[in-house]
Design a protein. Structure first.
Length: 308
């Protein structure tokens, strides 16, 4: 009967925990991600159909060979994502069926998705970007929301960021129209990238230092090809992308205090593609997200390098 009356995530009596296992089984969030991914899969394929109950936490703990804390963290994430609901004396019930969120021009923004993602206790972001300028802006917004209590305090933020290599021999953009300005334009690009990357590092680690986020992981690697689009992958289940559109425009160079004409790439204002995995592994949405996640993972492991 005790299993039938289990509490919701984070509400079970402390004496039922197993401290030694809890300390050892989830270093780096690996066990948490494994449990969460499997529960996502079971909800998606209707192993746990809508209005049905999930197994008791003790049963999940035994099945996955993890601590009660790890199970509760996974259930808490599913609760924040709106998939399940826990009630005292009634266990945990699936309350939502996976649906495709269609990609509609103008229907979603990076800020919208960041606001949603930062309501979750565990946040993983995989990003491929030209200068990380948009990401730096959004993380500033999210840090402010956390400090003001407008967003919950995440337990963990893990960001992997891919950038074009600094020593690329040929760049389509940004490129100076006047060959004599080429080096100065590249220098401006690298200065922007360095500034944004350092800014992101400081913003995330300030949250950790202030005790607002328990764990922060930031890794930056470079690849020897240009970014033709910006790509954001959220928690391995959601994708946002937009092409970098080549434009001719003037930019200001601080060195020499002058304006020069360039062929640049603008991501702001480009059509956004937003895709969320649904309940069918072979659907267009699921295949699209999985394909890009695989691309990022393999590029990270096989082609990317640490600029240090």
């Amino acid at each position: 009967m005790s299993e039938e009356r289990e509490q919701g995530p984070g509400q079970e009596p402390e004496q039922e925990r197993e401290p030694e296992q809890e300390r050892s089984d989830d270093q780096g969030g690996v066990a948490y991600q494994r449990v969460l991914s499997e529960l996502h899969r079971r909800i998606a394929d209707k192993t746990y159909a809508i209005h049905t109950r999930l197994p008791a936490q003790r049963a999940l703990e035994k099945e996955f060979q993890v601590s009660r804390d790890t199970v509760q963290r996974a259930l808490k994430t599913l609760t924040h994502e709106g998939w399940i609901e826990s009630k005292r004396g009634s266990g945990t019930t699936v309350i939502k069926e996976p649906k495709l969120i269609p990609s509609e021009g103008g229907g979603v923004s990076l800020e919208d998705l960041m606001n949603k993602v930062f309501q979750r206790p565990e946040i993983t972001l995989d990003v491929f970007t030209l200068t990380s300028e948009s990401l730096a802006i959004q993380l500033t917004t999210q840090a402010d929301r956390i400090r003001r209590g407008l967003s919950q305090r995440p337990e963990r933020i893990a960001l992997r960021m891919l950038l074009p290599a600094e020593d690329l021999k040929e760049r389509a953009y940004p490129a100076a129209v006047n060959e004599g300005d080429r080096e100065a334009v590249v220098e401006r690009l690298l200065d922007t990238t360095h500034r944004n990357t350092a800014f992101i590092h400081d913003k995330l680690h300030d949250l950790r230092a202030e005790g607002l986020v328990s764990s922060v992981e930031l890794e930056v690697r470079q690849v020897r090809f240009e970014a033709t689009q910006k790509l954001y992958l959220f928690n391995r289940v959601e994708m946002l992308s937009a092409p970098y559109v080549p434009v001719k425009r003037k930019v200001h160079l601080r060195k020499g205090n002058r304006d020069v004409l360039t062929i640049d790439a603008l991501g702001v204002g480009a059509t956004l593609t937003h895709v969320v995995k649904d309940d069918r592994p072979d659907s267009q949405a699921s295949v699209t997200v999985d394909s890009w996640q695989t691309w990022f993972d393999e590029t990270w492991e096989l082609l990317a390098f640490d600029p240090k």
